[in-house]
Each structure stands twice: as structure tokens, then as C-alpha cells.
Design a protein around this ligand. Structure first.
Ligand SMILES: Cc1cc2nc3c(=O)[nH]c(=O)nc-3n(C[C@H](O)[C@H](O)[C@H](O)COP(=O)(O)OP(=O)(O)OC[C@H]3O[C@@H](n4cnc5c(N)ncnc54)[C@H](O)[C@@H]3O)c2cc1C
Ligand code: FES
Length: 342
């Protein structure tokens, strides 16, 4: 049995390694030429401490309390020199990928489909070069795509589920934008250079109701998460609020509707900001967030969209005094700067 272990570094880089049944994570990482922090490798110094974000594992019984206290273990901390996974796991490593002598993965892909939606967004699907082996990622993460001929790259969140044959993205059409302009004349079969997966915005283990809030093409990572949840036949309570500026920005609603049929406890609402809209829910997403969706704080919130919207929702939580159990967000900051948080 080989388990898939995602190592998320502080600089947003994610590397996946295989860990055999009975093998310690530190040893598996070393085999993959990733030097995770360590000193004693004996459960004594605590240098190899990481946070297990999800998955099942045996902590090991050969470490001392000074290296990992019972409270720390209870809170999800692990020693990679002792821990033996018993399922796929996600670990947060409290240092950069560079410090562990690794870095971003690079791969190439070819354009398979370019489908415009409402003159507002484009669904771009790519075949990954090298026999279709899709890159491994966590639902919610993104890649950087080099825009051919521009010397620039742009970040895009996967809208498809990990392990699907093709990788897909939902891209906002911005008049005159570097990527948007390239997409207008791009042809099927063109090659793209990609780096990633990246980012700490990904779906954690679901333990309580989920509130997903998307702004515009910030819908992309939620399509990936919803497909994963549907494939896992999730019965969890999930609500998606999908807010856009103009009526025509509401794209792929039929796909969301399909999830409402596949996921028994999934519901969604759409919100349109523009004054002239005849949409039944007008204004900002914060105006259409009834208290029951926050479940008295017993809720995990995931928020993705343009920076002003993310900031407005964060302010809203501060003002209402409801503190969700966890709050993860991704800002679609224009150009290179990233903005994920938790
Ligand atoms: C982590 C991360 C993930 C992202 N994922 C996605 C995604 O899945 N889908 C997606 O559509 N975008 C996503 N973005 C945003 C994306 O990377 C680009 O910024 C966006 O697509 C614009 O690229 P462009 O080359 O078309 O325009 P640019 O050439 O970058 O911009 C042209 C002009 O438009 C302005 N502009 C840029 N973005 C916007 C905007 N949203 N609204 C109004 N004006 C704007 C710029 O400031 C500039 O003046 C993400 C960003 C980050 C940081
Ligand atoms: S390396 Fe010292 S406790 Fe793991």
C-alpha cells in the first residue's frame, strides 16, 4: 500500500510524495529527495514537527513528551520522523520549499478546448503532456500559466477535480488583458508552460457544515471541490453563495444546479450586484448571508474572489461578531501577487 502525502510549504509550494505502509514520512520524503526539517530523527528534538491538516496516521510511540506534547498531538501536530500514515495525508511544513531543497513543479500542456461563456468568462481545458498523467493537486489550489509570447504568467485555480484526465480553468474575460487577449486568438493544440500546484487554499477534511463564497470566476476552485465531494458521495451540509457584478457574469449555473442533484445536502444562491439587474437577490453577498448559514460559528468558510469582495466578507464577519470555526480565503489579486490566508 502506498499513500499519497501532500507536503505544503510556507511559500505556497506543494509537493506530493508516496509513503509506503509502515514507512515514516521523513524517510519517504528523503527518498523523494526532499529534505524535511530534522535533527535527531529519533523523536527527541521536535525539529521535524509539522501539522497534519487531514488524513489518518500512527503517531509512533518512540518519541518523548518534550518533542511532542499530548496537547500538540491532540491539536494535529506530528513528528515526521515518527509518523506512519494509514491513509493519504496533507501536511503543513513550517518552512519554505527552498529550505527543503525542493521547489515548484513544472509541466507542459496543450490546449484542448476554449469555451467562451456569455462574453464574460472562458473555460480553458488542457491535456497534460506526457501521456495524460495529470498533475496531482488539492481541490482549491492553483497554477501559474505562462502566457505565450508575453514573458508574463497568470495564476489560475483548477476548476476540475484532481485525477481527471484533463485539467480545466474558469478565466475571467478582461478586455485588453494579457491572458484574455491571448485566449481570443489561441488555437487548439497550442502548448503552455505551467508551474504548480500552489497555494494553501484547499478543501480540508469536512467535519461540520461548509459555507462556500465565490466572487465571479472565484467559482473555479469550488467547482473542483464540489466535484470531489460529489464523487465521494458526501452527505455534508454545504451552501454556496455565488456573487457577480453583472447578470452576464453568472456562468456555469447549470453545473452548480447539477451538484444540487448529486449532493443531497447541497444548496446554493446567486447574487448580482448591478443596480439595473432584475435578479431576485441584488447587492453584495454579505446582504444575502442569513445567520443560519453561519450556524452560530460552527461552520468552515471558504471564500474566493476579487480582493475587495474578500475584504468585505472578512469585515462582515468582524462586524457581526460571528467567528467561523475556520476561515480560508483566496484573493484573485491581479497579476503575480498571491493572497491566500486562513
Ligand atoms: C492565486 C490566484 C488564483 C487566481 N485564479 C483565477 C481563476 O481561477 N480565474 C480567473 O479568472 N482569475 C484568476 N486569478 C486572476 C488572474 O491571475 C489574472 O489576474 C486575471 O485573469 C487577469 O489576467 P489578464 O492577463 O487577462 O489581465 P491583465 O493583463 O493582468 O490585466 C489587464 C488590466 O485589467 C485589470 N484587471 C486584472 N484583473 C481584473 C479583474 N478581475 N477585474 C477588473 N480588472 C482587472 C489589471 O489591473 C490591468 O489594468 C487568480 C489570481 C491569483 C493571485
Ligand atoms: S527529527 Fe528530532 S524529533 Fe523528529
Amino acid at each position: 500500500m502506498c499513500y499519497k502525502i501532500a507536503l505544503n510549504f510556507e511559500d505556497g509550494v506543494t509537493r506530493f510524495i508516496g509513503c509506503n505502509s509502515g514507512e515514516k514520512v521523513l524517510d519517504a520524503a528523503y527518498r523523494a529527495k526532499i529534505n524535511l526539517p530534522m535533527d535527531c530523527s529519533d523523536g527527541v528534538c521536535g525539529t521535524c514537527k509539522c501539522r497534519a491538516e487531514s488524513g489518518n496516521y500512527d503517531l509512533g510511540d518512540d518519541y518523548i513528551e518534550d518533542a511532542l506534547s499530548a496537547d500538540e498531538a491532540e491539536g494535529g501536530l506530528v513528528l515526521t520522523c515518527q509518523m506512519k500514515p494509514t491513509s493519504d495525508c496533507v501536511l503543513s511544513v513550517p518552512t519554505t520549499s527552498l529550505a527543503c531543497k525542493t521547489g515548484q513543479q513544472r509541466f507542459a500542456a496543450t490546449v484542448a478546448t476554449i469555451a467562451p461563456h456569455n462574453d464574460a468568462a472562458i473555460v480553458l481545458e488542457l491535456d497534460v503532456d506526457g501521456g495524460g498523467a495529470a498533475p496531482v493537486f488539492l481541490s482549491g489550489q492553483y497554477v501559474n500559466i505562462a502566457v505565450p509570447g508575453s514573458g508574463q504568467s497568470r495564476s489560475y485555480s483548477f476548476s476540475t477535480v484532481p485525477g481527471a484526465g484533463r485539467i480545466g480553468f474558469l478565466i475571467k474575460k478582461i478586455p485588453g488583458g494579457v491572458m484574455s487577449t491571448w485566449l481570443e486568438r489561441a488555437e487548439i493544440g497550442e502548448r503552455l508552460d505551467i508551474t504548480g500546484p500552489l497555494g494553501s487554499f484547499y478543501l480540508r477534511e469536512v467535519k461540520r457544515p461548509l459555507l462556500l463564497i465565490a466572487g465571479g470566476t472565484g467559482l473555479a476552485p469550488f467547482l473542483s471541490m464540489l466535484e470531489g465531494l460529489a464523487q465521494d458521495k458526501s452527505g455534508d451540509r454545504i451552501h454556496l453563495i455565488y456573487g457577480v457584478t453583472r447578470d452576464l457574469d453568472l456562468v456555469l449555473v447549470e453545473e452548480i444546479e447539477a451538484y444540487a442533484r448529486r449532493l443531497p445536502n447541497f444548496s446554493y444562491s446567486t447574487v448580482v450586484a448591478e443596480e439595473a439587474s432584475s435578479h431576485p437577490r441584488k447587492g453584495w453577498v454579505t446582504q444575502h448571508m442569513p445567520a443560519e448559514l453561519l450556524n452560530g460559528g460552527d461552520v468552515d468558510v471558504y471564500l474566493c474572489g476579487p480582493p475587495p469582495m474578500v475584504d468585505a466578507v472578512r469585515r462582515h464577519f468582524d462586524e457581526t461578531g460571528v467567528k467561523p470555526n475556520s476561515f480560508h480565503y483566496e484573493k484573485f489579486t491581479p497579476n503575480t501577487a498571491t493572497g491566500a490566508g486562513a
